[in-house]
Design a protein around this ligand. Structure first.
Ligand code: SF4
Length: 274
């Protein structure tokens, strides 16, 4: 419900404090500005910025904006403060970018869940106007947000999570099935031919080899033909679901033998120190 504008100028008359015409016009402008602001999505800022990374945007020098808030509760989430917080952040990310145009190529919007940033279109437009490439990290739950970003060429790369196989998919807070959203998100990326990757965070207590192969096949059936990235659970003291350390290693030769897509392994314990 839209309430009355907070400032209603009086035209004078009995008992009314008459305003001169210029004063009235100024007041009217303020009034409309306030009214319009009711329709504008609220601006949120990153709660943190990683100022420089060469690992998160393929072959580019990038920064990462970390936004609060998420619509999932993955048990392995190693950023519970970020996922659970609704704080709007205070960092002026646009001022940050203006100062770094000479040595940064790209911006990664991450979180939390970046597609929940209420003013994401305005944000991406502003970043694009500064000449940066934009990557979005997403849990795939908001294809309706991705579509206009794709249609308007506001993003350049997407890292899309496939969280669970379709037969064990999680539900979103509105009751919809995450897998259905993932499928739509991936189909959109393929339709718009946007560079992207599909990835899954893995922990043997959550997903076994058969689950993982099913998920890779699901992505392939939707049309994905790139490298499928498996990211090993990142252990910290405070994961959302208090996950225990893994008690076994994955059989990677089995995965490689049966996967319809090439697999990229990230952060696997057996590769550390190589
Ligand atoms: S891992 Fe990502 S999608 Fe899952 S709860 Fe954490 S921020 Fe949300």
């Amino acid at each position: 419900m839209i309430s009355d504008p907070p400032f209603a100028p009086s035209y004078g008359g009995e008992g009314g404090g008459a305003l001169s015409f210029p004063t009235f016009r100024a007041a009217q402008a303020v009034s409309w500005g306030l009214l319009l602001s009711l329709f504008m999505p609220p601006t949120v800022h990153p709660s943190d910025i990683t100022p420089l990374t060469f690992l998160d945007y393929p072959k580019k020098a990038a920064c990462i904006f970390w936004y609060n808030g998420c619509n999932l509760r993955c048990p392995y989430c190693y950023n519970p403060d970020l996922a659970l917080s609704q704080h709007r952040g205070v960092t002026d990310e646009i001022a940050f970018l203006k100062e770094r145009r000479s040595f940064l190529d790209a911006v990664v919007l991450s979180g939390g869940e970046a597609t929940l940033v209420p003013h994401i279109y305005e944000l991406c437009s502003q970043i694009k106007d500064l000449g940066y490439l934009i990557k979005i990290d997403t849990n795939g739950s908001n294809p309706q947000v991705l579509r206009p970003l794709l249609q308007n060429h506001l993003i350049d790369y997407v890292a899309l999570d496939h969280k669970m196989p379709s037969d064990r998919s999680w539900k979103l807070p509105d009751g919809s099935i995450l897998y259905d959203r993932f499928r739509k998100s991936l189909a959109l990326l393929l339709q718009y031919k946007l560079p992207h990757e599909v990835r899954t965070t893995v922990h043997p207590a959550l997903l076994d080899e058969a689950d993982i192969l099913r998920m890779i096949r699901e992505a392939a059936q939707i049309g994905y033909s790139g490298t499928y990235y498996l990211q090993f659970f990142f252990r910290t003291e405070h994961t959302l679901g208090h996950m225990s350390p893994p008690t076994r290693r994955y059989d990677r030769s089995l995965l490689d033998r049966h996967s319809p897509l090439p697999i990229g392994y990230r952060n696997f314990p057996e590769d550390r120190g190589r």
